[in-house]
Design a protein around this ligand. Structure first.
Ligand code: ARG
Length: 459
């Protein structure tokens, strides 16, 4: 029977399946590097403040480094009896260096320890996610530049609305991702904070130096209230919200790709590497990766909701409920990083069916607004122009043609200010390029947009 680190007060034998329920070691072991970094900083500070000797500090640090090597080489054994990563490491340390290992936990609690580990973890992952977002943004920029001449239908209500440049459409996602990145950067000021030294709840009687450990761990700020320090999980909630929003953006883009790739639209082709076949229907090429990203966005939103519910009714300070804060965020981090990577690869290898797009925009009514604007420029009030064009569209639908197919006499029968130049005016290229307004889809405006976009990722 292994004695618990907190065994002194207890007499009853532990029950293994209760220990298993209580334990977090099966998931919090991913924090081992952070946990050891926090412990090394803590021991260094304890020695600097002469709470432990330099020799004890050295033994502790050497022991902890050896434990990390053991872990890296698969030699470290964990046990549910030692509950979590903190006590498993402490147990291994005492086994390795003897009783002096027991001095490490002086002036510290698992409550400030786990908070420190999680701050270090979330900070590292936030930077990694920011980097993955940037890689995807670069891919989108490239795609937009390479296909600047491609015109596609722009939709509202999933009905063709007005033709737009493919580049303009895809760049909308660049800007969503920029806001996502900004949100992660903003959250960093609240993530990058040291709770270490808060103790279990109220600080400690030892003459510790919290700023020393803050500095050693590279935190740019420090919690001013020990009770807040051990019970704050806002930074995890914020991170999950930021991740959820990235996933929602990726899910929207996935949905578009799935539609573009459908036989009905046939606007793009995904590469073989990013699609799958059907076990039964030999003709199939399915956009599984895009569908999975769309599906996985449900998980991250679920993690956010769980985390909000977790803290909703919690009194200060630490409650064991908080052990449940980890799996959701670990999973969300893996999910968002994986999805960003897949989306990057998918877009990087996607080809645009230019001829299909060309045919599509030639054969629809997405130039109808243009005809109305044309009449307005000739002095016709917009309401009247709208009505005239509506009648022309109806006539075309009844006769199975498009606006470009109407003869000039037919036009003149509806409004005599329509001239020969109407055919150029109605061509998708003209329709697009005349939208020169800032942020509009005209080629010139999009080129400017691309330049501004590039400047946002240049550091
Ligand atoms: N495994 C615990 C967690 O993840 C560490 C903190 C435990 N603290 C305590 N007082 N039981 O939340």
């Amino acid at each position: 029977m292994t004695r618990k680190a907190w065994g002194g007060r207890f007499q009853g034998e532990a029950i293994e399946w209760v220990d298993a329920f209580n334990a977090s070691i099966h998931f919090d072991q991913v924090l081992i590097e952070k946990d050891i970094a926090g412990s090394i900083a803590h021991a260094t500070m304890l020695a600097a403040k002469e709470i432990i000797t330099d020799d004890e500090k050295q033994q502790i640090i050497d022991g902890l480094s050896a434990i990390l090597d053991d872990y890296d080489e698969g030699r470290l054994e964990f046990s549910v009896q030692h509950e979590d990563i903190h006590m498993n490491v402490e147990h291994a340390l005492i086994e390795k260096i003897g009783d002096v290992g027991g001095k490490l936990h002086t002036a510290r609690s698992r409550n400030d320890q786990i908070a420190t580990d999680m701050h270090l973890y979330v900070k590292e992952k936030a930077y990694e996610i920011i980097e993955s977002i940037e890689t995807l943004q670069e891919t989108i920029l490239e795609l937009a530049e390479d296909n600047i001449h491609c015109i596609m239908p722009g939709y509202t209500h999933l009905q063709r609305a007005q033709p737009v440049l493919f580049s303009h459409h895809i760049m909308a996602y660049f800007w969503m991702l920029k806001r996502d990145k900004d949100r992660f950067n903003d959250a960093l000021s609240r993530i990058d904070m040291s709770p270490l030294g808060a103790g279990a709840i109220s600080g400690t009687t030892f003459d510790i130096d919290r700023e020393h450990t803050q500095e050693l761990l590279g935190f740019s700020d420090i919690y001013q209230n020990s009770m807040d320090a051990v019970s704050d999980r806002d930074y995890i909630i914020e991170t999950l919200a930021n991740i959820s929003l990235v996933m929602v953006h990726l899910s929207r883009l996935s949905e578009e790709i799935i539609f573009w790739m459908s036989e009905e639209a046939n606007f793009v082709q995904l590469s073989d590497q990013f699609t799958t076949g059907s076990s039964m229907m030999p003709q199939k090429k399915n956009p599984d990766m895009a569908e999975l990203i769309r599906g996985k966005s449900a998980r991250t939103t679920g993690a956010l909701t769980s985390m909000l519910m977790l803290v909703k009714g919690l009194p200060l300070t630490y409650n064991k409920d908080l052990q449940e804060d980890k799996e959701g965020v670990f999973d969300a981090v893996t999910t968002v990083k994986g999805s960003l990577r897949i989306m990057t690869g998918m877009l990087d290898t996607m080809t645009i069916n230019e001829d299909v797009l060309e045919k599509t925009v030639q054969n629809d009514f997405s130039n109808a607004t243009e005809l109305a604007d044309y009449l307005v420029q000739k002095g016709v009030p917009f309401r009247k122009a709208h009505e005239v064009v509506g009648e022309l569209v109806l006539k075309c639908i009844n006769e199975g043609k498009y606006l470009k197919d109407l003869s000039i006499t037919e036009y003149k029968n509806h409004h005599d200010s329509i001239e020969e130049d109407i055919y150029t005016v109605l061509s998708p290229k003209t329709v697009v390029d005349r939208r020169k307004s800032l942020g509009g889809t005209g080629t010139e405006a999009v080129r400017k947009q691309l330049q501004v976009a590039k400047d946002t990722i240049k550091k």
